[in-house]
Each structure stands twice: as C-alpha cells, then as structure tokens.
Design a protein. Structure first.
Length: 314
C-alpha cells in the first residue's frame, strides 16, 4: 500500500477494491503537487503503481532515520518483521537536496512519467524537505544495508569463529539446538554463539534448529535467531553459508538490526552472505541475526538451511 506517511500507525486498504480509501493522498497532493499533478494517483494504490511495484518492488529500510521522518512513498512490510520501508525519500543534505527512489523508473511508461514528475518537483519551490541527514547517513541510505551476497568467504581473513552447523548431530535428527552437535573448527577468546528462544514463545524453549538428513547437516527452522557473542569493539564480517542439499526448494531471508537481505533459493552449491559489523552494531556484547523463510509455500521443505558460520576481522 502506498501513500504519503501521515499517520504514526499502520493503515491498510485493499488496493484492488473500487472505492477503497487510504488516509494521506490529500496531504500528498498538497505537499508534492508537482509529483501528483502529472502522475495520476488515487486515495489508494491504483493502476499507475502496478508496473512500478510488480513483480517485486525494492525499498529503502528506514529504521535508522528519526521516528518522525516519513517517506513520500511508503511500503508496508509483513507484520512479523515490521521494518520501516520507503520507496521514495527526500532529504536535505548540507546545502543540497537528495530525492532517492528504489523503484525502477526505466522499465515502464508509468516509471518514466514518475521520473519526469520527480524532476519537476525537484526544480519547484515546493521541494522543501523537512528531513535533514548528514552525508554519512545519506550514503548509508543510498548504498543499502550491511548485507551482501558474495561468492565465498575469504581464505586469507583472520578467523575469530568458524562453526560447521550440526556436523556432529545424529543422522536424520531434528531437535533442539545442542552446541555439542556443532563442529567448532576455530574459536578466539571473547567469541561464541547460541540460539535464543523465540520472542513469541511464552515457555522460552531452546529453538529446534539442529538438523541432519541423509548425512546433510544444517541449522534449519522456519524462523530462528543466531546470537553472536563478541567483544563490544568488534569490527569485521560475519559470513553465513546457506546451502540446501536436501529439497532444493529452501528459501531464506536474513535480518540484523535495521538491515535485511533476501537470499532466495540456495540449492546446489548454496549462497554465501556477508554482514559487515561495526562496534555500533554490537549491543551489550551481542549481535543478533534473524533468519527466516519468506511467506508462501510449504513450511518445512522451504525452510532456510545454514551450514556454516564464519566470523572474521580484516
């Protein structure tokens, strides 16, 4: 659902039902007249947005911005993750203005028209952003998050922690996590890991992530959190190897703090994802990484598989 963000609480309206309403379009028309004048819109997400949002729209993650900062165009995340998302953001940076969008403005007629409207808005007197960002904050917003897909973990890095997931677990086992079932190849002083209980579990059970099938081990569950324990001054990279050697259907998404990454299918040789970590990301000596299956499809055959954890420093 798209609109100017004018309220502090989520509002949802079916975008394909005639007459559906969404608070915010009036404010958007008044404050962004140059955008809405030539780019037709409605009180809900109408047809001009279809080509811009389908089949898969991308968004900026705005969790690190001030709480009262609102995007021109906002997207509503799925409720269990509930990230603040924006597809069109304007801000004042120093003496200039940044107008950033995560939408593809070249792929459709609607996108090209929106580009024209955005350029006209930038040249108008109505372009008066209320959000002020430092250059560093603007770069963080534009360059995306700390996650990156990589071909493999570097072989020359200084390894602080190296764990092969569930490598010592009994065959064909699915059970609560047990550290004795993981093979710790290397562990430096001050580094460790565990799996905290799901925050929605009233009994605070140890999560069932230890898994092995046909000799293929992994940490596997529909949704789980890996908690890395490290020195508060730690600066380096966390590598996770997602590899589904079983069904070939597994899907994954990963999140840490205000950053997230869609891994997608990870059969065959799997996929490595790297998370850059700075001291500001470490809270009370811990760093939490949440791993889960995107919505849709069979739960367990598509649940993510993590086969290796590697923590390095430069």
């Amino acid at each position: 659902m798209i609109s100017c963000g004018t309220l502090s609480r989520p509002i949802m309206a079916p975008p394909t039902i005639s007459g559906a309403t969404y608070v915010g379009s009036k404010a958007c028309a008044e404050s962004h007249e140059k955008i809405t004048r030539d780019f037709p819109t409605a009180t809900h997400a109408d047809w001009p947005w279809r080509d811009l949002l389908e089949p898969e729209a991308r968004a900026f993650i705005l969790n690190d911005l001030p709480r009262d900062a609102e995007p021109i165009v906002g997207l509503i995340d799925q409720p269990l993750r509930a990230l603040r998302l924006g597809a069109l953001v304007e801000a004042r940076v120093g003496q200039g203005v940044v107008l950033a969008t995560s939408l593809d403005l070249d792929a459709s007629v609607a996108g090209r028209q929106l580009r024209s409207s955005l350029l006209e808005h930038l040249a108008s007197e109505r372009c008066q952003p209320t959000l002020n960002l430092t250059a560093d904050k603007a770069i963080r917003l534009l360059t995306g998050n700390r996650f990156h897909l990589v071909n493999a973990a570097p072989v020359t890095a200084n390894v602080m922690l190296d764990v092969e997931a569930s490598a010592l677990a009994p065959a064909d086992n699915a059970s609560q996590w047990n550290p004795a079932h993981d093979r710790v190849v290397q562990r430096a002083d001050g580094f460790d890991y565990d799996f905290p209980p799901n925050r929605f579990d009233p009994w605070k059970h140890i999560p069932s992530v230890t898994w092995k099938k046909n000799g293929k081990p992994a940490w596997m569950s529909r949704n789980f959190t890996l908690r890395l324990r490290c020195p508060p001054t730690f600066s380096g990279t966390v590598f996770l190897w997602f590899r589904d050697a079983d069904s070939g259907k597994a899907l994954a998404a990963v999140q840490s703090g205000g950053d997230a990454c869609y891994i997608g299918p990870h059969g065959g040789d799997g996929k490595w994802v790297a998370l850059r970590v700075a001291p500001d990301d470490v809270k009370n000596g811990t760093l939490e990484i949440t791993i889960g299956k995107p919505a849709g499809g069979d739960t367990w055959s598509r649940a993510p598989r993590v086969t290796r954890l590697l923590v390095t420093t430069p």
